[in-house]
Design a protein around this ligand. Sequence first.
Ligand code: NAD
Length: 467
Amino acid sequence: MPTPEADGVPGRRSSRFPVVDPATGETFDEAPDQQPAELDEVVARARRAWGGWRADQAARTSALLAAADAVDAAGDDLARLLTREQGKPLAESYAEVARTTARLRYFAELAPRTRRIDDGRPVRSEIRWRSLGPVAAIVPWNFPLQLAAAKFAPALAAGNTMVLKPSPFTPLATRLLGSLLATALPEDVLTVVTGREPLGARLAAHPGIRHVTFTGSVPTGRAVAGAAAASLARVTLELGGNDAAVLLDDVDVDGIADRLFWAAFRNCGQVCMAVKRVYVPARLHAEVVEALARRAKAVTVGPGLDPGTRLGPVNNAPQLARVEQITEQALAHGARAASGGHRLDGPGYFFAPTILTDVPPGSPVVTGEQFGPVLPVVPYGTLDEAVDAANGTGFGLGGSVWGTDLDRAEAVADRLECGTAWINHHAELSLHQPFAGVKDSGVGVAGGPWGLYGNLRPFVVHRPEEG
Ligand code: NAD
């Protein structure tokens, strides 16, 4: 039976839902199961807090910098809790906490620029920027803290307030993060709500929300866009990816194999812009498969809290079932596992790091998003075939090209239909860059100054010149 407990909104009582440690498959804690009916009050409070928060840019900067310090000071607790509920190795959790505070500090110092329009008319025209109001952020379970920060840092810096909903698979580190931020931010500027669906759907549809910023899968993104349409709230969607790595015929296989392997397997492959398929010249195919499979067999898989672990479990049981199903389907249709290809025995949601070869064309492990520790390696004949295949899915988040001649590699990268491309590495983003997917991978632009302006509306004033 869920135990009732006061939570979040004064006077309200919520039941709780279990939170599972993916390294054991056992419940280790609970989180408040807030109900959609609570959102009216949460959003009303966020709206009231907006008046004071938007008024003072300098106060916002110092509050956000103080918030970053508070998060840093609790970095150990936060990282351990993140590993416990998400599964990733502790070192990766520390890195995630560091990226969370880096985002806070970056956006704290960023302010919109008022600009004059000079169009030759005798009018002084000025573009100013205004915040939007309460923003809803809905995030997935693969990087709960840094993806939340990628949303609240620009939204709050711009003068908005926020209601943040983490995934029910990873609610606890976000709740702790919310309470740390609350020590530095005015009341109700950022509220974390936790609960199961339809909490997210109702938040996206709430008439008091002026911008819905969502990160997650393509189908949920479509539902969120539909829900937000009712109130015509602005929508930013950062959705799934199926990034291709195209290896060129002058690639130094030994030199890049470690980087390529970890570009696919970091966070157990649960990265929106992980390498999810590799295209290799037919002549090099066996060598690349061997180099990746050797690393897959050697990597230490285990609980994220164990010091030697490099690869943790899949985060949750439905995702493990999906990874297993998509792999088995490929194997049943003629693919071969050069390593792995199966769950690991014992407790927890562990899947053996898997390199697939001989994958039949059109297999979902190539055309879809496996989002787990499974990587197909596909041979190609001509470079045009490789580029067509890389661009041949509905996704368009990132992509990379690997080779020795950097100019040639860059010319190939230029042909990729995606938001970010890399040469000889993958998935490393700059805080200063725009982050946007094309095709089904997203709507709107996050990151850098574009992320700030994505949380603002222009306000233009025209007045006649004096005299
Ligand atoms: P998901 O779409 O299932 O869930 C994402 C969030 O939406 C969760 O908080 C979930 O509780 C909530 N949600 C579920 N149904 C909802 C509804 N009807 N309305 C509103 N909210 C709802 O995704 P997931 O399985 O948690 O995460 C994995 C996906 O996220 C992958 O597709 C991955 O590529 C994507 N992702 C994208 C990026 C990016 O920046 N483009 C980053 C990380 C993850």
